[in-house]
Design a protein around this ligand. Structure first.
Ligand SMILES: [Zn+2]
Ligand SMILES: [Zn+2]
Length: 248
């Protein structure tokens, strides 16, 4: 039993670390194609971002690996594999519910981590990337990683979700985590500056958080920032069309 549990955690660590390296690597490659030189002077920063992110991969994988083992051998979780077990509408609804709850958890824990008494201990590592790169998606101090690592495992114990829907949640989580830190806007202007962009968070929104700190705390949606008066609009990426500013 203990061997199976350890193997599950080791396998999950390899999956989370591999997922991070593949997705961040792909978007870093895309960045180099779209805006050559944008990351050119940030080798040390990127090395630090990768180091912290790989440590975070283990912290994220430990509870996930334990739960994956418990799901398979002890039926601990509410993850289901037969789509007939719940109404079909619950498939997309469960994705939305998970994202809304994750967003709420992230907003409030993130806001608390900006309190001066704990900022340095928990969150300063992430903000060491003043202009983050695609490698900064999981660049967290271990204390911060723990706050991020517990939520999805807690949700799968409480709220039913099909494993396919859970994969969609994890995919959105991974891609948005990377693209929001990429240093340029991937999504088209009509979306970012249109009606949908008033409620959805993309890189333009999160970049402003890295610039100004005490605003734009959200993860996927601007709902909590708007409600609590912490939304300061979108950052300006027009500079990325002028590579000389970024090239040393
Ligand atoms: Zn960030
Ligand atoms: Zn922050």
């Amino acid at each position: 039993m203990l061997t199976a549990l350890i193997l599950s955690v080791v396998a999950m660590t390899a999956i989370v670390a591999g997922r991070y390296l593949a997705v961040s690597g792909a978007f870093a490659w895309l960045t180099n194609r779209r805006i050559p030189g944008l990351y050119g002077d940030r080798r040390v920063q990127i090395r630090n971002e990768i180091g912290w992110s790989l440590a975070s991969a283990f912290i994220y994988a430990a509870p996930a690996g334990i739960l994956a083992w418990g799901w398979q051998t002890r039926s601990w979780t509410k993850i289901y594999s037969n789509t007939a077990d719940y109404p079909l509408w619950w498939l997309p609804a469960s994705v939305l519910v998970y994202l809304l709850l994750h967003d709420c958890w992230f907003y409030w824990t993130h806001r608390i981590m900006h309190r001066p008494s704990i900022y340095k201990k928990m969150h300063a590592v992430h903000h060491a990337s003043r202009d983050p790169t695609a490698w900064a998606a999981m660049s967290f101090h271990p204390w911060e990683s723990i706050t991020g690592a517990v939520l999805v495992p807690a949700l799968v114990l409480l709220i039913p979700i099909h494993y396919g829907a859970l994969l969609v949640v994890l995919l959105i989580m991974t891609v948005m985590g990377v693209t929001n830190h990429m240093g340029w806007e991937l999504f088209p202007k009509w979306l970012v500056q249109g009606p949908a962009g008033r409620w959805l968070i993309t890189a333009s929104h999160h970049q402003r958080h890295h610039e100004k700190h005490l605003c734009n705390f959200g993860l996927y949606f601007r709902f909590w920032d708007r409600l609590c008066g912490t939304d300061r609009g979108l950052g300006d990426f027009s500079y990325v069309r002028r590579p000389p500013l970024r090239q040393s």
